[in-house]
Ligand binder design. Structure first.
Ligand code: DGL
Length: 275
């Protein structure tokens, strides 16, 4: 039986959070898949990047953000950050309990990857935190112990993308340097285990000359969210959803960069939950 206080009503919003604005790639995919849902986005720009922080810090930030999204009556909380999904998903889920649904960006990707036959060697690129957790290898090998999973931390990529360095000579050199590492040799598929990386997917595809499959979390997670809300009878039908986008530390440059991630200009508002 759900508790008396819960947000599980169809018209309530979907809450999405990330360390910054990278999770807007997931928000964009969810908006495309479910245009009648209202989205409340929170980017914890005051603590960006999460990739280098301790597990305890990530858990603390994630719980406080979940608390905020629950107050805003979100029926579903999407942890649109691989680092927070790897280090804080269980903690957030325990905290939220039956008040709302919680989705991370790792499980739907792992499920999707395991649907493929004949996978022998897989590559994963992500932040130091995600790679150190070894969560992709652990989960993929629970489903199929035969697959060899090689994870490589690519810490320069988040800052590079945030600064708008993609699709140019510099980004191609950095990406090429990471992808040429021995760990990623002879892979059949590469998982982009960071929600910033859909922006450099075309360059990664170009590097591999489209010979291997590149999987990113945005679309896979959007499809998962759609199925889950349908199954729980929680789909909304807003004509004018009126999304809201918040960050914990506002700068003009963040607002300017949002258009790369959400593919259109949006208005960012500061919600200083740490002040
Ligand atoms: N978007 C975050 C992720 O998916 C990475 C950015 C960060 O390090 O904060 O892991």
């Amino acid at each position: 039986m759900p508790k008396a206080f819960h947000n599980l009503f169809p018209l309530n919003p979907i809450g999405i959070f990330d360390s910054g604005i990278g999770g807007l790639t997931v928000a964009h995919a969810i908006n495309k898949e479910l245009p009648k849902e209202k989205i409340i986005y929170f980017g914890d720009t005051a603590h960006l990047p999460y990739g280098d922080k301790s597990a305890d810090s990530i858990k603390y930030y994630s719980i406080r953000i979940a608390q905020l999204l629950l107050k805003k009556q979100c029926k579903l909380i999407v942890i649109a950050c691989n680092t927070a999904s790897a280090l804080a998903y269980e903690t957030v889920k325990d905290f939220v309990g039956e008040q709302a649904l919680v989705v991370n960006v790792i499980d739907p990707v792992v499920e999707d990857v395991l649907l493929r036959n004949k996978l022998k060697r897989l590559g994963v690129i992500g932040t130091k935190g995600t790679v150190k957790s070894d969560i992709y290898a652990t989960k993929i090998n629970q489903g199929n112990p035969e697959i060899e999973v090689n994870s490589l931390a690519t810490p320069l990529l988040v800052g590079m993308i945030e600064e708008g360095f993609f699709n140019n000579k510099i980004s191609r050199t950095i990406i090429g340097d990471y992808l040429s590492k021995a760990k990623l040799k002879k892979i059949d598929l590469l998982i982009l285990a960071c929600t910033h990386f859909p922006l450099i997917k075309p360059e990664i595809e170009e590097y591999y000359k489209n010979k291997i499959e590149i999987v990113d979390s945005a679309q896979v997670v959007a499809k998962h969210v759609s199925k889950l809300l349908k199954k729980k009878n929680l789909l909304a039908k807003h004509k004018n959803p009126g999304h809201e986008f918040f960050v914990s530390d506002f700068t003009k440059s963040f607002e300017k960069s949002t258009k790369f991630f959400f593919r259109k200009k949006i208005r960012l508002e500061e919600l200083g939950i740490w002040k």
